[in-house]
Design a protein around this ligand. Structure first.
Ligand SMILES: Nc1c(C(=O)O)ncn1[C@@H]1O[C@H](COP(=O)(O)O)[C@@H](O)[C@H]1O
Length: 166
């Protein structure tokens, strides 16, 4: 393993999830976190899913961000096969707007947790940030960059303020 080895696994059930999951990728890129992005499906490629999860820790990943839509079993099945933290992103679905994805991911049985984020792009971006904050537990430089990001958000909100009303 070298400094460029992926630290975060970014997986999704289909390439149709990419426009949403790209928001997580953008966040990881912004903070310079090496990651790998792959399509892995619990339903369509169960053997690949098992192999991916079983080898994730040994390959140096610190956590896995998993996005899926509809019957979104991917995050939960990954969590069943690895003790790495799994961050689940409900991808909006065609018919139920992602409520199905959300409920499929969030209602895990006791013992196999998945940290579940909001439906869609904001959830994906926050999953990226959360993965970064997990890595920042042991990386003070990264923690400092997260603090700087918070300052940027504060400046953004300051710029939103309306002029004083008379
Ligand atoms: N939820 C899952 C899983 C899984 O959980 O393993 N595999 C694919 N899918 C989802 O099916 C939706 C439609 O996929 P297609 O666009 O390929 O038909 C996607 O949102 C994907 O995440």
């Amino acid at each position: 393993m070298n400094n460029d080895s992926p630290r975060v696994g970014l997986v999704m059930g289909s390439d149709s999830d990419w426009p949403v999951m790209a928001k997580a990728a953008e966040m990881l890129e912004r903070f310079g976190i090496p990651f790998e992005a792959k399509v892995v499906s619990a339903h369509r490629t169960p053997d690949l899913l098992f192999d991916y999860a079983a080898t994730a820790r040994g390959r140096g990943l610190a956590c896995i961000i998993a996005g899926a839509g509809g019957a979104a079993h991917l995050p939960g099945m990954l969590a069943a096969k690895t003790t790495l933290p799994v961050l689940g992103v409900p991808v909006p679905s065609r018919h139920l707007k992602g409520m199905d994805s959300l409920l499929s991911i969030v209602q895990m049985p006791k013992g196999i947790p998945v940290a579940t984020f909001a439906i869609g792009e904001a959830g994906a971006a926050n999953a990226g940030l959360y993965a970064i904050s997990l890595l920042a537990i042991t990386d003070t430089g990264l923690a400092g960059r997260l603090e700087a990001y918070r300052e940027e958000l504060k400046a953004m909100v300051d710029a939103m303020q309306l002029p004083p009303q008379s």
